[in-house]
Design a protein around this ligand. Structure first.
Ligand SMILES: *Cc1c(COP(=O)(O)O)cnc(C)c1O
Length: 397
């Protein structure tokens, strides 16, 4: 068995994928799988999209890396485009979601210090996930992620998700400078807050002069049927962070800002050797172009509704199924019991799914999924869940 030289940070399933096309993946034995996970919300425009392949190949043949010590025209174009799409003013590029959040955390602290606050505090949520670096695991609301890595970073205050009253109680805390929150909690179990949650957050932030910082690492880039999940709520955040789907699998993260946050960093404040290099920017530009040109925002909204409606009617009245929820193609099916085994059952049946928060089946299919493929997904996942909940509790394996 190979792999003994890898640190065991993941308990890996015994399958390796060799190639992909659209919503499909093939393993090394030639077996085909419907990819309803996208490498955790990454491959939004599917696998091996010809425009992305071409853009990466062309850019690789010209220039992979220069340095942020020089101008990078692809980076300037990408920043302009992301700002136009999001209503933000400036962008910082990095290589992952946790780094994007690190940038946001540093921005908020910098602004706090500029205001004479020596111990700036950022409000974060229970069950939040922001990454695995020391700062972002400290911001994360999961003991599993933090255990063994203490001392945690100070400077965070935690409140329940989707609870504006609890947040308001921090109004008297003069150290608070920002709120960092996921518009829909992904790792926390596809938790969709009340429709007016972001608007309430915005007004609390405005009242106390706090930055509203949205972690859109998972919800961004069309996943929820808008470019960004905050769009459609009428709320404009001060900072947003992106990664996962941004360059469709070429590692890339971004922190976008407006207002005072847009210009808080000065030369030397922050940086990244690889961040926003020509290759990653070319991949992101191609990804954005495909999402726009192929109408994938609308498709994600429609197909998401189709999948949720289909699953609801297939699973209606089934004991053990609590709820089918989500927005766009970020979908959660909550069961009344731990269901991690469903991932392996899915693999056997040729459907790649994920389970998060122990009892929530999570679907994150490509934004370009078509109606026939969505039907296959509904049938496949409903069948898996039906068989699973029909087993007596405790021997569900
Ligand atoms: C995945 C995720 C992250 C971390 O991203 P990495 O690229 O793994 O560092 C941060 N926030 C949210 C909401 C995520 O879903």
């Amino acid at each position: 068995m190979m792999g003994q030289h890898l640190m065991s940070t993941y308990s890996r399933l015994p399958v390796a994928f060799e190639r992909g096309q659209g919503v499909w993946l093939w393993d090394t034995q030639g077996k085909r799988y419907l990819d309803a996970l996208c490498g955790i919300a990454v491959s939004g425009i599917g696998h091996a999209h010809p425009r992305l392949v071409q853009a990466i190949a062309d850019q690789a043949a010209r220039l992979v890396h220069a340095s942020n010590l020089y101008r990078i025209p692809e980076q300037e174009r990408l920043a302009a485009l992301l700002c136009e799409l999001s209503g933000m003013e400036t962008a910082f590029f990095c290589n992952s979601g946790c780094e994007a959040n690190e940038a946001a955390i540093k921005l908020a602290r910098m602004i706090g210090h500029q205001r004479g606050i020596e111990q700036p505090t950022i409000v974060v949520m229970e069950k939040a996930f922001h990454g695995r670096t020391i700062a972002t695991l400290s911001a994360t609301g999961s003991r599993k992620v933090q255990a063994g890595f203490e001392p945690l970073l100070s400077g965070f205050a935690r409140v329940p998700y989707d609870d504006v009253d609890a947040l308001g109680l921090l109004g008297g805390n003069r150290n608070v400078v920002a709120v960092l929150v996921e518009p829909i909690q992904g790792e926390g179990g596809v938790q969709v807050p009340n429709g007016d949650y972001l608007a309430h957050l915005r007004s609390v932030c405005d009242r106390f002069g706090w930055l509203l910082m949205l972690d859109e690492v998972q919800t961004g880039m069309g996943r929820t049927g808008n470019w960004f999940a905050f769009q459609g709520t009428g709320v404009q955040p001060d900072v947003i962070t992106l990664a996962k789907g941004l360059a469709n699998g070429v590692p890339m993260g971004a922190c976008l800002a407006r207002g005072s946050a847009a210009s808080a960093f000065k030369p030397g404040s922050h940086g990244s050797t690889f961040g926003g290099n020509p290759l990653a920017c070319a991949a992101a530009l191609a990804t954005l172009a495909v999402i726009r040109d192929e109408g994938l925002l609308e498709n994600a909204a429609i197909m998401g509704e189709t999948v949720r409606t289909g699953l609801r009617s297939r699973l209606a009245g089934k004991a053990g199924v609590r709820e089918v929820r989500g927005q766009g193609l970020m979908i959660g099916i909550e069961l009344d019991r731990p269901c991690g085994d469903l991932v392996r059952h899915g693999l056997e049946h040729g459907v790649l799914i994920n389970v998060t928060a122990e009892n929530v089946v999570r679907l994150l299919p490509p934004l370009l999924i078509r109606p026939a493929e969505a039907q296959l997904l509904i049938e496949g996942v409903a069948g898996l869940i039906e068989r699973f909940v029909a087993e007596p509790l405790g021997v569900a394996d």
